[in-house]
Write a protein that binds this ligand. Structure first.
Ligand code: SF4
Length: 190
């Protein structure tokens, strides 16, 4: 896919029918946040509320993500938030490899436009796509990887934290580690 500017990319994505997920979606969930931000969060795909509203991370998981950001004094205006696939997989199943492959050029273009210094993967699917195909979220969350001028880290997806509150202390540590990395890179003053 030829690289596009933000508006052209969003327009193309919103009318996309390249994979089967277009048949059941209500809305394409392109992404949200600050297009100048150097911090990018990537989830796996829209859930029910995201599909209905066209915005990533709304509903209970979105509220938890906002709470997680606020722990380290961040808001959605300090970052950009996107997903590996832009349309909701039916019944919230994992996006299939072919669907991820068809959709990935949109995220790749978003990454090109943002040129983030830090990418935080939310959950296994995003980490396996962006960090390593064999990424194990239970043992490798919170680990930093430096590759091609940017830092990568994964933490649990907020939906996983809603299902299992015992994962929250580890995520708190990951958030503190993110805050430290932002400081180290001069991306926050405190
Ligand atoms: S998931 Fe991605 S590739 Fe598939 S129809 Fe939606 S925008 Fe297009």
């Amino acid at each position: 896919m030829e690289k596009m500017d933000w508006d052209t990319l969003e327009l193309a994505c919103r009318s996309c029918t390249q994979c089967g997920l277009c048949a059941t979606r209500h809305n394409v969930v392109f992404g949200v946040g600050n297009r100048e931000a150097k911090l990018l969060f990537v989830g796996e795909g829209p859930g029910e509320q995201e599909d209905l509203q066209g915005i990533p991370f709304v509903g209970p998981a979105g509220k938890l993500l906002d709470d997680m950001l606020s722990i380290i004094d961040l808001t959605r205006e300090d970052c950009y938030i996107a997903n590996i696939v832009k349309c909701r997989p039916p019944r919230n199943r994992d996006p299939q490899q072919e669907e991820q492959a068809m959709c990935f050029p949109y995220l790749d273009n978003q990454i090109d436009l943002l040129d983030p210094k830090i990418i935080v993967c939310l959950g296994r699917i995003a980490a396996q796509k962006l960090i390593a195909p064999d990424f194990r979220i239970t043992s490798q969350h919170g680990h930093w990887l430096y590759r091609q001028d940017r830092w990568y880290m994964a933490m649990y997806h907020p939906s996983a934290l809603l299902r299992d509150v015992y994962k929250r202390p580890e995520t708190f540590d990951d958030l503190l580690s993110l805050r430290e990395k932002l400081r180290e890179l001069g991306m926050r003053k405190d």
